[in-house]
Design a protein around this ligand. Structure first.
Ligand code: KG4
Ligand code: ZN
Length: 342
């Protein structure tokens, strides 16, 4: 620690982004480097785990070096090494965890393993140094997760609802594939949706009963498929043509956003939440941000660059653990599932 400040190097390799970041005092992001693998996976319209782990091996050390250089930070300036060690693709996780352990061991610095989903929630603190009103309702919406959390504090987080099938980002990616829009689907559908009519098609909103905090998006995805290609076994009528692309995107996005906003309302009531914290790739979505501009309690989104996978959010969250001296041992495991399960 120099001048009372804590400098942490974070490493991210849970899925298809290799990231490294230097964050001071849990919010001051000195560097945030992300080597994206989008091009490698685009032709498969989704992430291929084996390709992802090979790319992490190639990228991890150059990314760490770049993060240190652009933060004008040497190894000696670091107080700890943080790594997202769960949940994720096992082969991918192992690369980041091994790199972090090797650095921590050779530099004789503490190692801090953090939960990637928990770090997505913490991303609202980056740069703003926001202190959200607790208890908060947490929502993580990404390609792999759609889940609600009761957040009593940064170290007291309980899962209270999650998707029973597809994650919302996964639904965006699959609908983009159906519409021939490429991977990842979220940004392009979001953009086209701005030019479309959200009531052009009435896609289903799956709420799973009156009380449920769980989500389901696979019915919506199938509804888009049938709208575009026709219902199997049924002859398409001439007046039954699919809506134009922008309208399909807008109507699909409206169904996703309506469902999420409804569940947030239920979650706030259940938790007695004084604020809502949202993270994950889909938290970049304009439709969702616009819909929550006036909500019952304050809603906090991360800056756009911290919505998708990055290492800054892990280095930031690790600061909370550092203050509590909650360090990990060199036996830290890569784990495919989240700590926050029911
Ligand atoms: O958090 P993230 O980088 O990775 C996971 O942990 O899954 O999220 C990636 C997901 C992809 O499914 C992508 O299509 C979606 O986030 N996404 C969006 C937007 N930007 C990214 N979805 C909707 N609207 C967006 N603007
Ligand atoms: Zn993620």
């Amino acid at each position: 620690m120099s001048n009372g400040h804590v400098t942490i190097l974070g490493i991210e390799s849970t899925c298809d982004e290799t990231g490294a970041a230097v964050v001071v005092d849990g919010h001051d992001v000195r560097s945030n480097v992300v080597a994206t693998q989008i091009e490698l996976h685009a032709k498969y319209r989704g992430v291929v785990p084996e390709i992802a782990s090979r790319a992490h091996i190639e990228n991890v050390l150059p990314v760490v070096r770049e993060a240190l250089e652009s933060a004008a930070c040497g190894f000696a300036d670091l107080n700890a090494i943080a790594v997202a060690h769960r949940p994720g693709l096992i082969g991918s996780l192992l690369i980041g965890v091994t790199a972090a352990k090797s650095l921590a061991w050779s530099l004789e610095k503490p190692l801090i393993g953090v939960d990637h989903v928990h770090a997505h929630l913490y991303s609202v603190v980056l740069e703003s140094n926001l202190a959200p009103e607790f208890p908060a309702l947490g929502l993580v919406v990404s390609g792999g997760h759609t889940a609600l959390y009761d957040v009593q504090s940064w170290t007291d987080v309980t899962l209270i609802g999650s998707t029973i099938d597809d994650a919302v980002g996964e639904a965006y990616d699959k609908v983009a594939a159906i519409l021939g829009l490429g991977y990842p689907g979220g940004p392009v559908i979001d953009k086209l949706a701005q030019q479309g009519d959200p009531i052009a098609v009435n896609f289903p909103r799956s709420l799973l009963g009156r009380e449920s905090l769980d989500f389901s998006f696979s019915g919506l995805k199938t509804a888009v498929l049938y709208h575009v290609r026709g219902v199997p076994g049924r002859v398409r009528q001439p007046d039954d043509a699919p809506a134009k692309l922008e309208d399909i995107c807008a109507a699909f996005q409206a169904a996703c956003v309506d469902t999420i906003v409804k569940k947030l309302g239920r979650g706030v009531a259940r938790v007695g939440a004084r604020s809502v914290i949202i993270g994950g790739g889909v938290s970049a979505n304009r439709g969702l941000r616009d819909a929550l501009k006036s909500f019952d309690v304050p809603v906090h989104f991360p800056p756009l660059r911290y919505c998708t996978d990055n290492a800054a959010m892990s280095a930031g969250l690790a600061h909370v653990y550092f203050r509590e001296r909650a360090f990990s041992g060199l036996d830290l495991d890569a784990v495919t599932y989240s700590q926050f399960r029911r």
